[in-house]
Design a protein. Structure first.
Length: 453
């Protein structure tokens, strides 16, 4: 029987590039606008000429749901470049090993468990606010992008290790910073060989990693021997047992998950918060609404787990920030077998690029997409959209395990800072979203601290 041509999958098209180098120059120059304008011009599935391999940018919610959820078994993450650093942790592992690890670790991040970590968040935020008081008295602006990084790093360090970092805290924080910098670098490096050359930077990164490995392995063995109760993540990772087999993790597995959670779990939230302050300062009416909700719900108290559900508008502000500036602005999947996505043919081995930044700004989904409007996230408006029109935390089985942690941390910091200060932008800054591994505000976000009491 003859094949009916009309049922054959379509071949995706995309922007024309230069001979040999394809669209790489466009991508280097302005990746965010290049991806967004490609999606607007070529639709759901656009082919990108980025070298010998086939690349597709996929942007409509139904197709994203198909890749991340419905047919996720046909897609690998392929984050192998990050394995020297993250090993077989949750972000990088695949298949059955990933599933087994996810089952073990998921219970530690359930919403019902996040309350345990709140004291680490409030204490670190209080310490930052005490420093800010001095800056405010001296009329000294702060770079909130830098401040939020320091704060979320302190929170994840304490959530993970309690106070066991002791006198080495600064050194450990610095070593983690260097590892994160290296990860950012290798994710965008054109060649693996460059990362292995004995350059001064690569040698520094290797030493930082050796130092961290020693610190983490030593702490794991101390904890295994100790009888002392501890409420931090490290202890809970060590104690986690598979409900069917009763087996726990080896030291190497615990180390890989510690590195993974540390690196995945602070820069993202820090960027989200920095963008939140930036957007609020540019939208005084929305800022007023946020202040009045926080004053009304908390009446000057430090927030607790029980307050979070009442911070409805604050949550809408955070959600809208994650729409406009999703920290994980792009991620990728590799097709294992031939597939059809949104009616288009996807050959095996091709790489699919999925970008919350792009889908969150498509004008056929979002009215006036560039406009900061938290009310898009009231329950009525959410109900009218496709579930995958908004996916700052990914979706399907590999959805971010830390999403409730991030939202809780975001709301607590947002509300505690708002109780003490109103932030306003230092004039004449040219702040641009800069897509590295996460979407960072560069060169920083300098703000004046105006005390509210
Ligand atoms: C606003 C903050 C955050 C954002 C926007 C974010 C975003 C994401 C996204 C999009 C993914 C999926 C990537 C993919 O499918 O390729 C992911 C995965 C992951 N995230 Fe987050 N994340 C945030 C905070 C956190 C925090 C606080 C933690 C831990 C404390 C964390 C730990 C992880 C881990 C371990 C994974 C891998 C999960 C798996 O594959 O099983 N993230 N995150």
């Amino acid at each position: 029987m003859l094949n009916d041509e009309s049922t054959l999958p379509l071949k995706a098209s995309g922007p024309r590039g230069y001979p040999l180098i394809g669209v790489i120059p466009h991508l280097r120059k302005d990746p965010l606008n290049f991806f967004l304008s490609t999606a607007i011009e070529y639709g759901d599935v656009a082919k990108l000429d980025l070298g010998p391999r086939e690349f597709y940018l996929v942007t409509q919610p139904e197709s994203i749901k198909y890749i991340l959820q419905d047919n996720n078994r046909n897609y690998r993450k392929g984050y192998d470049q990050a394995k020297p650093l993250l090993g077989e942790g949750l972000v990088t592992s695949e298949g059955n090993f990933w599933l087994q690890q996810r089952r073990l670790i998921q219970p530690l991040f359930l919403q019902s468990q996040i309350g345990r970590y709140i004291p680490f968040i409030t204490a670190a935020t209080d310490e930052m606010l005490a420093e800010w008081e001095i800056h405010a008295l001296n009329n000294k602006p702060v770079d909130v992008a830098h401040e939020m990084m320091r704060l979320t790093q302190k929170i994840i360090l304490r959530t993970m290790f309690s106070t066991d970092t002791g006198a080495e805290t600064e050194q450990i924080a610095h070593a983690f910073d260097m590892s994160l910098e290296h990860l950012n670098q290798i994710l965008f490096s054109p060649s693996r060989i460059l990362d292995r050359l004995p350059t001064p930077a690569n040698i520094r990164h290797r030493h930082a990693l050796e130092y961290l490995n020693k610190f983490v392995f030593d702490l794991i063995s101390q904890r295994r021997l100790s009888k002392k109760e501890s409420n931090d993540l490290l202890s809970r990772l060590i104690q986690a047992r598979d409900s069917e087999t009763g087996l726990g993790m080896s030291d190497q597995q615990v180390r890989d998950e510690v590195m993974t959670i540390f690196l995945a779990g602070h820069e993202t939230t820090a960027n989200a918060l920095a963008w939140t302050w930036y957007l609020l300062a540019n939208s005084p009416e929305q800022y007023d609404s946020l202040v009045s909700e926080i004053d009304q719900v908390l009446a000057g108290r430090t927030p607790t787990e029980n307050d979070l559900a009442a911070l409805i508008f604050s949550r809408m502000v955070f959600d809208e920030t994650l729409r406009l500036y999703p920290p994980a602005w792009m991620f990728a999947r590799h097709a294992i077998e031939d597939d059809e996505v949104g009616g288009y043919f996807i050959p095996a081995n091709s790489m699919l690029m999925i970008s919350p930044y792009v889908t969150h700004r498509l004008p056929d989904i979002w009215h006036d997409p560039e406009y900061f409007y938290p009310q898009r996230f009231n329950s009525e408006n959410i109900g009218q959209r496709h579930k995958f029109a908004y996916f700052p935390f990914g979706g399907g089985p590999r959805v971010c395990i830390g999403n409730m942690f991030a939202i809780t941390e975001g709301l607590i910091i947002l509300s505690m800072v708002t109780q003490y200060f109103r932030l306003s932008l230092v004039p004449q800054q040219n702040i641009k979203p800069t897509p590295i591994a996460t979407l960072q505000p560069k060169p920083g976000v300098f703000m004046n601290l105006i005390g509210r009491n």
